[in-house]
Design a protein around this ligand. Sequence first.
Ligand code: SAH
Length: 302
Amino acid sequence: MTNLPAAFRAQLAGEACIGRLGVVGCRVSAAGDTTKYLLGLADGQSVETVLLRHDYGQTVCVSTQVGCRMGCRFCASGAEGWVRHLRSGEIYEQVLVAGRLSGVPVTHIVIMGMGEPLDNYHHTVAFIENISAPYGLHISQRRITLSTCGLVPRIRDLAQRGYGLTLAVSLHAPNNRLRNQLAPINRKHPLEELIPACADYAVRTGRRVSFEYVLLAGVNDTPALAAELAELLAGVHGHVNLIPANPVPECGFKAPTPAAVRNFRQVLERRGIPVSVRREMGADIGAACGQLRRRRPRGHKE
Ligand code: SAH
């Protein structure tokens, strides 16, 4: 575009790029409701994006980083380390590619793929603004959920922005001793910082916070811990979303028994905490929560 000043062209070449994410791999679950894409970035890296079909619409689960540096013990996304943040355009493209390939409009977005969105705060925020803007896909912020492992200062920053999105917080344990072991971020931002930040978020935005709790057999799935969780969350405008652990071979945790899930849920309900159990989708293709990674596992064929 020689009609633009040379200095501006040089600036554009240094800061911006035009391109699409290439589809490196694609797998469809046996149930047919989940599709996982491995998408290639311009620098040769790749990320996974998942498309979930529900009766109420179609959700895309986007990644925000190549790899992850939060180190949660039960999650595949950090198992191969962290490479880089995604740019907002690379997050946005995941939605476009998934929508285009499926041929069905995307109605909901969950920022729950690989990476920690609040560790890549500026690009994640730009993505939320662009995708919800009239000049973007115009997806209502009420149909966007952002999940974080608990970067407290960024939760407080986000609360100031007044978005209508749902904040989901990966809690996984009701006390610091256990949470320190499962999610190392807790050593930096312990529960006595995290829970008040979530409570403030709910008050400021009027939106109920969703507390995700991955149930790991024999580790955090006892009724006593459920009671402790109910106590921790008493008075917070939120609800608990239980996620029976999905298998990640190198992490070595096991899924809870159905009875353990039932009992855990019951204890919370009896103590007045709203609770739901997340429906598992795409575990057979490594597309379920905690299974996303930045390349195909060895020996894996599409
Ligand atoms: N970094 C963000 C976004 C990831 S979201 C976060 O931590 O919230 C993915 C959700 O799946 C998180 O709640 C995460 O804790 C959960 N998860 C990770 N590993 C899992 C596993 N093996 N089984 C089930 N859920 C898992």
